[in-house]
Design a protein around this ligand. Sequence first.
Ligand SMILES: [Zn+2]
Length: 207
Amino acid sequence: MKLIFLGPPGAGKGTMAKRLAAARGIVHISTGDLFREAIANKTELGLEVKAIIEKGGLVPDSLTVRLATGRLAAPDCGKGFILDGFPRTSAQAEALEKFTAVDAAVNFELSEAEVVRRLSGRRLCPSCGATFHVDFMPPKTPDVCDVCGKALVIRKDDQIEAIRNRLAVYTRETEPLISFYGERGLLKNVNAAPAPDEVFAAVRKIL
Ligand SMILES: [Zn+2]
């Protein structure tokens, strides 16, 4: 089974992808991991990606497509895969379509208010790396690490301004993808607001 997972930051698609990949015996490919691995392994593409990121540039579609399709050609993808974070643009989706057909694009839907609540509630201990959430996993004492007692912080990415930026970028890039897969009859919408077990059950049901 060949799947694409779409969804805004905080919708839990990475978690769902891991669970479904384990349940189905297929491979979970996240673009972030793909970039990190290529850079760590110092492959030719990895070095190109590294040079671009270090200059603060955006990795071009052509390079992302080469990395992703290279990974998809590996033997362990034979039984199927879940792509998480790729394709991100229509150009990438068109390139993927030429490379292989997918069975479905699962779109995890979450309201902007809920995305903000989930991401802005995250807290990190800068000392030991423990993570908390003010609603879902609150520390025993507000803003204090349960493990080491240091003051908790909000990561830069989880500040309200940054969240709104990430969401704006996501919406701009992904809306064309939703139409792309909708037109091909491959789009499956899932409500990502309920508890993870319920969302996971819904995903299994639609596939
Ligand atoms: Zn700590």
